[in-house]
Design a protein. Sequence first.
Length: 270
Amino acid sequence: MTHDLHMAQLELDVSALMRDARDHGWLIRQPTSTGKKHRDWDDPGHLVHHKLAALFGDVAPKPFRILSAGEKQRGRWLQLLGYTALDASQLRQRAEEFALPTDQEACRLETLRTKPMPDSLFQPERHLGFELRACPVVRLNGTQTIQWEDGPETFGPGAELDAYFHRRYIHGDKDLDRQAVYLDWLHQRLERAGGANITEGRLHAFRRVRIMRRKHRGDKRPTRVSERPDALLKGTLKVTDGAAFRRLVTHGIGRHKGFGFGMLLLRPVT
């Protein structure tokens, strides 16, 4: 087994993911005011996380990025990228040896591809473009009450709050826009991890999504559905420490990295 960093590209069967959702009781549908029913959650990140774990265990690609996130899914196959320590042949071997037949059928293993991430990307002083699908939240240290327009809401210690709401309602920075807050959120995490500095950035797209996840491994309580910010950040950065930057790319940025957020995609500077 090698510890090199690889980018993996693979496809998962959407119908198989939805079967998992039904089998685990995750495909709950609630009626709307128009009488139609909708899913309790918007993003398939939890389903992908579950399927990748069933296929590859503890060496599953993480962080990963669902390429169609934020768009209406078209076709049978869900496209995704992820970072992993293994190459394609090793990932296929893991799935062939240990995954269930139904899980194997949910992935086009024959089309799974990987490439090693070249050392040239991690050279100090290198300027790179980046793209990051992030969940910019802040975890509260203590109890906080926010006065919304429709009334107060109290959050307990450890609760996650949109970084924009945190700055606006907790710190009172009402003049900052969402882009400025999210770029500052990213800057703080890069500064904490070391390895790179943002030289230019922008909020390319934003939405709020309902995501599902369990509180921790082994938790038997019903899966929680909660609303979180989903921000697509783009820009350029400068590598300052190659080893630290490699660790940053390997581990991802921010919360919910195992559910489709936090994968730093690198681009040439344009």
